[in-house]
Design a protein around this ligand. Structure first.
Ligand code: PAF
Length: 314
């Protein structure tokens, strides 16, 4: 694995790997797979990376804690950073290049125009509850990274479903040749979605955090009998009873993120294409999650032994 700490080091490494590859296989075009991350890697990242490695001839993973996607009073300074551990983890994955750019590489003074995320996708859910223009910051950094790395395929986790839709939309207009792929949410054995922010949880908070997947499962199980609104009320009670502050627990269209038609009947067909979204705080720690709201998933059982993929994975 080559570690690149600037755009120019990245360019040199990509050129060297591409020409080495094309000497070996003269007929195949280099396929660059890219996994952007903010570091503090966990199994969710590693699962995305292994899919990208299997799918690409050259794989690049970036680590950059992006200041522009943190709002005032959020955890930019405290965000967990451990480059040595992250690089050690990446070594074992088959990634060819670890890209650790500087702020100057991503945001040179001469290039200050931000990308505005599509308002229909970015103004609800986390766009409404996080301070600042979180998704403009995400769209801007991902666009810059795409221009620097020039990948064929880029990989994102479904745990950040709203981010995934914002990026898909941005890429469809600004990077039409680029393929965006997603990986299922990876979960702890008790169903909690893996997240770098789980590291903030005290043991008591970690226990309380279990209420997030429990509330989601309650909504999914109760929807067929109670309907969506009453099932959501029951899910909010699960969060409240566990001492969590619910920022949102909502059902929306998976692709457009528009609200579901209120009063709609909860038939299997009508739930198709709907997704359940949650954000809740345990103390100061903000947890988000999402899952499909279909009958099919309600019959799923616990993950196979040794697997961290849970029943809630969409
Ligand atoms: O999901 C993340 O880790 C970040 O939002 C991303 C996509 C790397 C942009 O900074």
């Amino acid at each position: 694995m080559i570690t690149c700490r600037s755009n120019s080091e990245l360019r040199t490494a990509l050129e060297a790997l591409s020409s080495a590859g094309s000497m070996k296989e003269s007929s195949t075009k280099t396929k660059v797979g890219f996994i952007p991350t903010m570091g503090s890697l966990h199994e969710g990242h590693l699962s995305l990376i292994s899919q990208a490695v299997a799918d690409s001839s050259i794989t690049v993973a970036s680590i950059f804690v992006n200041p522009t996607q943190f709002g005032p009073g959020e955890d930019f300074d405290a965000y967990p950073r451990n480059q040595r551990r992250d690089l050690r983890l990446l070594q074992g994955t088959g990634v060819d290049i670890a890209f650790l750019p500087s702020v100057q590489d991503i945001y040179p003074a001469a290039c200050s125009t931000p990308i505005l995320a599509a308002p229909s996708l970015s103004s609800c859910l986390c766009g409404d509850t996080r301070p600042g223009s979180h998704f403009d910051g995400v769209a801007t950094v991902v666009d810059r990274l795409f221009r620097i790395v020039a990948p064929s395929t880029a990989w994102f986790g479904e745990k950040d479903w709203q981010q995934l839709q914002v990026i898909r939309e941005m890429a469809s207009t600004l990077h039409p040749a680029l393929e965006i792929k997603s990986g299922l949410t990876v979960r702890e054995p008790d169903g909690l979605a893996m997240s770098s922010r789980n590291a903030y949880l005290t043991p008591t908070q970690r226990f309380q955090a279990r209420a997030v997947p429990v509330a989601m499962q309650a909504v999914r199980q109760l929807t067929p009998t109670l309907g969506i609104s009453a099932a959501l009320e029951a899910g909010r009670s699960v969060l409240l009873d566990a001492g969590l502050a619910c920022e949102y627990l909502e059902v929306r269209s998976a692709e457009t993120l528009t609200s579901y038609p209120h009063g709609a009947s909860a038939t299997p067909q009508s739930l198709d294409g709907l997704r359940l979204f949650v954000a809740a705080r345990v103390g100061d720690v903000r947890l988000i999650d999402n899952a499909a709201l279909t009958y099919a998933h309600l019959t799923e059982t616990a993950p196979a032994a040794g697997s961290s993929q849970s029943a809630l994975a969409a």
